[in-house]
Design a protein around this ligand. Structure first.
Ligand SMILES: NC(=O)c1ccc[n+]([C@@H]2O[C@H](COP(=O)([O-])OP(=O)(O)OC[C@H]3O[C@@H](n4cnc5c(N)ncnc54)[C@H](O)[C@@H]3O)[C@@H](O)[C@H]2O)c1
Length: 182
């Protein structure tokens, strides 16, 4: 229970890796705001852990989703201690076949959503500190073929994470990037 009463926003927090993160955070005592497009999985999660998890249906690429999620954390649980930027949608194709829509999907749901959620969280973290975990990818680090739009957004997320880790260290805000690799 080392996370007792810590309040954490998890993007893409209803299913996949994000769903597992939401569940483990709740099992360790945290209060979780899970943000996701997947209403079915989010509803199941919130019913399963009704004292610990609130589900917010929303598209992370929209600024208002970040504002709504952070406001829900503050209003329902009294503050914010952490943020997990896990959601990311993308399409895979050779570089020459990736159209503008594919690039926008990856950057809006990955990089720009990460930026928006960090900016929404910062006012609530800057005085008491906290922790932010952003998601990169091992496949981005090795340059896996067909992943140009995804890898570019993931490496931008790692760059943003390094800079903000240095800038926000003075506020006791830890910023880390994890890069899963099969
Ligand atoms: N699974 C892997 O092997 C792997 C490897 C490296 C990195 N990653 C990264 O780990 C993270 C989680 O991966 P995953 O495999 O669980 O992904 P996933 O696609 O299974 O789940 C992502 C979750 O985000 C939600 N989501 C997608 N677009 C959204 C949007 N616009 N707004 C709100 N929610 C949205 C989905 O509904 C889903 O619940 C991602 O950042 C991914 O890039 C995964």
């Amino acid at each position: 229970m080392q996370l007792e009463n810590k309040v954490v926003v998890v993007t893409g927090g209803a299913s996949g890796i994000g769903g597992a993160i939401s569940r483990v955070l709740a099992l360790r005592g945290a209060k979780v705001v899970a943000v996701d497009l997947n209403t079915e999985a989010g509803t199941v999660l919130a019913e399963e852990l009704r004292d610990s998890v609130i589900f917010i249906e929303g598209d992370v690429s929209k600024q208002e989703t970040a504002d709504t999620a952070v406001a829900a954390a503050v209003e329902n649980f009294g503050g914010l201690d952490g943020l997990v930027n896990n959601a990311h949608a993308s399409r895979q194709a050779p570089f020459t076949d990736l159209d503008q829509t594919a690039w926008e999907l990856s950057f809006k749901t990955g990089f720009l959503a990460t930026r928006q959620f960090m900016l929404a969280a910062y006012p609530h973290l800057k005085d008491n500190g906290g922790s932010i975990v952003n998601f990169g990818s091992g496949s981005a680090m090795v340059g896996q073929p067909t992943q140009a739009a995804y890898a570019s957004a993931k490496e931008a997320i790692r760059g943003l994470s390094r800079v903000t880790a240095n800038e926000w260290a003075a506020n006791n805000i830890r910023v880390n990037a994890v890069s899963p690799w099969r």
